[in-house]
Design a protein. Structure first.
Length: 447
């Protein structure tokens, strides 16, 4: 009896250990984060970074020209390992000996990026596939002209160091570079990317660490209706006003562009004015990023589940001008609407919500946006006549009246509940689906 009880105790103990071990395996997850800081390099270091970026741009264009020539001759293109062999030959030649002054790993990373770009170009599943383009000089400082101006950048996969106490980073073949330390870097450093934007140099540090995915501190669910007059309307009745960063500087930007058109192309004054325009665009982008980060952080910290519309922004902002055979209608009005849609940054906002909810243990659900602003949340009657104006909703069937953006958020929330309950969004009464009355969101909101 003592042996049986002793054996039973050990069986229970082993089961408990396995349960705890399984639990640890489930809740531990790998999180990747990126930390971006502005660099304060010396004059010599700035010149070195310009040379590094120029060498990477040269290798990209040289390898791209080689592959495009092979495509024209109907020959197979060269992939990463073949291009690395050619890189070694270029370094040994007298004509391209300047490549020896640049660290080899950033050049190899450029060839990896080019191989991936060609792989995506020939991938039928990629919706935006296209052949890679040549990179133009001056994209980072805003003096590039025409299509194809990618920003100046280079990436270190290893060999980098970070000294947070002294506010400096070590870049191989460049040395220790000062940076503006604004927050603590968490995790193991996987790579560093140095880039130039608007006349300033930045370093992006990608890290990786393991963390326990604890349950979200909040327990509520909320739906968001994205719009132009209201940036985000929540199903609880609150809303976030839009920033419209481009609209605020639109007149100033147009004035600067008119002054640019009157200057001699590629002259010293033309380059100065081009840099001013680049700084204006940088201000617009920075303001938009700051606004989207604050809005997404506010929502993700207060709600465990967020339901959003799966909007196709590219299709929504498509031009209506048409062609000679089929000319468009209301082109000017549609152009203004497209400008307002792109000024909001809906796609970036949803992307921020997704990864922030992942960090906090929450979830983001995407639903079909079809008829969310035309469906009555009371009687579920669908009609375009329900939308009496841009901001007002009045059901022609039951007389329900509410703000149109709030009605859209309530319908998005109802679809999110149906997805959670039975995996579908439509209101179809079947044996496997909830009854019609269970999709009413008002008791849930009241609770």
């Amino acid at each position: 009896m003592q042996y049986v009880s002793f054996l039973g105790f050990y069986v229970i103990l082993i089961r408990l250990i396995l349960t705890v071990f399984d639990t640890i395996l489930v809740i531990m997850t790998v999180i990747c984060k990126a930390f971006k800081f502005r660099l304060n390099p010396s004059t010599e270091q700035t010149q070195q970074m310009v040379e590094f970026a120029g060498a990477n741009r040269f290798v990209w264009n040289k390898a791209l020209a080689l592959n495009l020539a092979r495509l024209e001759n109907k020959q197979p293109i060269l992939w990463y390992f073949e291009l690395v062999y050619w890189l070694g030959l270029w370094k040994q030649s007298e004509e391209y000996a300047f490549l020896k002054a640049v660290h080899s790993q950033p050049l190899q990373q450029t060839l990896k990026d080019l191989s991936r770009a060609f792989s995506d170009a020939f991938d039928k599943t990629q919706p935006l596939k296209r052949i890679p383009r040549f990179k133009k000089k001056g994209a980072g400082d805003g003096t590039a002209c025409g299509v194809g101006g990618a920003r100046d950048s280079f990436r270190y996969p290893q060999g980098c160091k970070l000294d947070e106490k002294a506010n400096r980073v070590y870049l191989p073949k460049i040395g220790w570079v000062k940076y503006r330390n604004s927050r603590q870097v968490i995790g193991d450093i996987k790579n560093m990317t140095v880039s130039r934007k608007g006349g300033h140099w930045y370093v992006s540090i990608q890290t990786e660490y393991e963390a326990q995915t604890a349950p979200h501190p909040a327990t509520s669910i909320v739906a968001i209706d994205l719009g132009v007059n209201r940036f985000a309307t929540l199903s609880d009745g609150s809303y976030i006003a839009p920033l419209n960063s481009f609209k605020q500087l639109q007149e100033k930007l147009a004035f600067a562009q008119r002054r640019l058109s009157k200057k001699v192309k590629f002259s010293a004054n033309w380059k100065k004015q081009k840099k001013k325009i680049a700084r204006l665009y940088e201000r617009i982008a920075n303001a938009r990023h700051d606004f989207l980060h604050k809005a997404s952080s506010l929502i993700s910290k207060n709600h465990a589940m967020v339901v959003v519309e799966d909007l196709k922004v590219r299709s929504m902002s498509r031009s209506a001008k048409g062609d000679l055979a089929n000319p468009g209608r209301n082109v000017k009005a549609k152009s203004g609407l497209n400008r307002s849609i792109l000024d909001q940054g809906w796609g970036m906002f949803v992307q921020m919500l997704q990864y922030k909810q992942t960090w906090l243990g929450g979830e983001v659900i995407k639903v079909n946006p079809k008829h969310t602003s035309q469906t009555c949340p009371e009687c579920h009657h669908v009609s375009k006549d329900n939308r009496t104006s841009q901001s007002r909703f009045k059901c022609v069937e039951c007389g329900y009246t509410e703000n149109a953006d709030l009605v859209g958020a309530l319908n998005v929330l109802a679809r999110g509940h149906r997805v959670l309950a039975c995996g579908v969004e439509t209101l179809v009464l079947t044996m496997k689906q909830e009854p019609l009355g269970s999709s009413d969101t008002r008791p849930i909101l009241a609770a």
